[in-house]
Ligand binder design. Sequence first.
Ligand code: SF4
Ligand code: SF4
Length: 158
Amino acid sequence: MFRLPMVARMMRQLFSKPATNPFPARHLPRSVTEFLQLVAEGKAHMVAPVGTPQGFKGKIEYEAADCTGCSLCARVCPANAIEVHKELKCITVYAGHCIQCGQCTEVCGKSSLVMGNEFLTATRDRYAPDMIIEGDAVLCELAGICQDDEPTEAVAVK
Ligand code: SF4
Ligand code: SF4
């Protein structure tokens, strides 16, 4: 049996724009990885994502300038995603391990950690350079500690 409200709604849907975002491409690419590679090479265009809402828990951002190396963030991290370089007063966050719970951002008294808006974190290599977050930790770079290819166990200092 036809129901008039349902028919009216169907007709409205026929002539309205899609509610979904065609991100990352207008038509589903055969391989998203290949598509992103083409975007990086400037051979394809990515449809812009929708904006993220306030309080969105995206990829962690780290500002090393005020970090004291207190290791509180590492202590509360349930994913063992933070390595502390206590002697250098800085940390390394492994985004490939992070579950974006936000606990580290809440305990950091120096506001050195915040949840960013980046959500494109899918990767085949969880230790790829863009998955290792060290901010502008000049001290770490000078010492080479944050440049290790393979991290040891996630949390070094507890
Ligand atoms: S990021 Fe914050 S909580 Fe973590 S070691 Fe630095 S100061 Fe401490
Ligand atoms: S957001 Fe959660 S899982 Fe990610 S580094 Fe912080 S405490 Fe660890």
